[in-house]
Design a binder for this molecule. Structure first.
Ligand code: SF4
Ligand code: SF4
Length: 218
């Protein structure tokens, strides 16, 4: 169940926030179709542990609660199980919107900095971005030592049996720490990722044009 939002009367309301979401967030153009039936909130296997359910997030967007939405960690909790999507009577792409909101809040620098999913996403992305391969050893050690050297040693000791088993099975190569493997065509990879950035930029521009073509109160 959603926890009550404190200090609701003082929350900043931005009447143009729905339009901003339509413009900037993937799937955002569908938010206005939500009829607040609550099926998504009741279907989400993890929703009881979230600050806000998708139903509530969509209501807050329409109410203009910009800061409360973009600073929430609710969008980062979505596991992409698609339970809500298959049950939504209005066929909203709820999963896409939740991830789109998370990405947008990250782009604006409003996402909660210590949110674990965000932290892991960034580590994963930065780990493989240049080489095209995930260096699992560096990724794992980065996670172990993120809270300090002593905490990292402790975690490594706790997980030593798993590490040794992986080593014996040939699934862990300590030499990966010195650099690691990478795709043959690094330039091709960089060009492909640049192309994806460009496609996303064009999609946002098209969504912005569509949002500005429609006007009037919502
Ligand atoms: S199930 Fe669909 S229509 Fe119902 S509250 Fe959720 S998003 Fe809105
Ligand atoms: S896709 Fe995300 S929001 Fe939808 S039910 Fe699954 S975890 Fe909840």
């Amino acid at each position: 169940m959603d926890s009550p939002t404190p200090n609701v009367s003082a929350a900043p309301y931005r009447p143009d926030f729905l339009r901003e979401v339509e413009r900037e967030v993937e799937g955002g153009a569908m938010v206005k179709m939500c009829m607040q039936c609550g099926v998504c909130a009741g279907s989400c296997p993890l929703g009881a542990h979230w600050e806000h359910s998708p139903q509530k997030i969509f209501m807050m967007i329409r109410a203009g609660r910009r800061e409360d939405v973009l600073r929430s960690d609710a969008m980062w909790m979505c596991t992409s199980c698609y339970n809500c999507v298959v049950r939504c009577p209005r066929k909203l792409p709820i999963t896409t919107i939740m991830h789109g909101l998370a990405q947008y809040s990250h782009r604006l620098g409003l996402a909660p900095k210590l949110q674990p999913t965000r932290d892991f996403s960034l580590r994963f992305w930065n780990n493989f971005r240049r080489t095209g391969r995930v260096n699992e050893l560096k990724l794992t050690l980065g996670l172990y030592f993120k809270d300090g050297f002593v905490a990292g040693l402790k975690k490594g000791w706790e997980m030593r049996h798993v590490g040794l088993a992986l080593l014996k099975a040939g699934r862990l190569d300590p030499l990966e720490l010195l650099g690691g493997h990478k795709v043959k065509d690094s330039r091709g990879l960089a060009a492909m990722l640049d192309a994806v950035d460009e496609i996303e930029r064009q999609d946002r521009a098209a969504a912005a044009a569509a949002a500005s073509a429609t006007s009037g109160p919502r």
